[in-house]
Design a protein around this ligand. Structure first.
Ligand code: URA
Length: 236
């Protein structure tokens, strides 16, 4: 692993900050100052120090999955296939969990990690992290729906949603829309459309905070976040 990635993953700063540490001769590997941010180390065995403080290696991992339909976003289930079953052996042994839930039939962006702090940061209602969805809607989606969503709709038990931004891509008997919401109530998007007498027939998550679904990932495929994607997510 590159030394800059290692240090950024261990929470020592952004890639830029980590580079500055290296430039400032603050970083040693096995007793020797590192000059090159791309210097390669074995994180399991290298003795990495910053200002002579040993950095204890705690492997964290961040995977972006393009969730396929028919699998559930849980770590285990006695009946259904879970997103964990899609992972290869080399990442399975990390204690990963999905960041939030997508319904069994929902597809698209799902982050898997073992970083509890980041998970908390992304899911805490206080942080109001925006989530963007694309959907096919059975029914003609109108400007009244846009207005209703912008004011909040009742989705059951008297709960009124926070404002959502509804973008109509195609208003037709089978409409196409995008919706940005900052909450993650159970079946939230489906229930918001039920509140205006329409039905979600296809739902895909495109974005969570700054993280965009990599459309080159086929459904069921995943990849590690880039250093930049991780930095941006953490910064929010
Ligand atoms: N809203 C839903 O209704 N389902 C999802 O999977 C995600 C958001």
């Amino acid at each position: 692993m590159r030394i800059d990635k290692f240090l950024a993953n261990m929470g020592l700063g952004t890639r830029k900050e980590v580079k500055q540490l290296i430039k400032a001769k603050a970083v040693t590997v096995d007793g020797t100052f590192v000059k090159d941010s791309g210097y390669s180390i074995n994180p399991e065995t290298a003795d990495v120090r910053v200002y002579d403080e040993k950095i204890v290696y705690k492997p964290t991992i961040y995977l972006m999955l393009n969730k396929p339909p028919g699998v559930i976003s849980a770590t285990e289930d006695h009946k259904d296939q879970t997103v964990m079953d899609l992972l290869a052996d080399d990442v399975r042994h990390y204690d990963l969990h999905p960041v939030g839930r997508l319904d069994k039939d929902t597809v698209g962006l799902l982050l898997l990690t073992n970083d509890g702090d980041l998970t908390h940061q992304l899911l805490s209602p206080k942080k109001k992290v925006p989530k963007k969805y694309f959907a096919h809607i059975d029914g003609v989606v109108t400007d009244e729906d846009v207005k209703a969503f912008s004011e909040g709709v009742e989705i059951g038990e008297g709960y009124i949603t926070k404002p959502g931004e509804l973008i109509i891509l195609e208003s037709a008997p089978m409409s196409k829309i995008e919706l940005i919401i900052t909450e993650g109530k159970f079946h939230q998007v489906k229930r918001m459309f039920e509140a205006v007498d329409k039905k979600v027939v296809f739902l895909k998550r495109l974005q969570m905070g700054t993280l965009l679904l990599d459309e080159t990932l086929a459904e069921g495929d995943y990849r590690e976040l880039t250093v930049e994607e991780l930095e941006n997510l953490r910064a929010k």
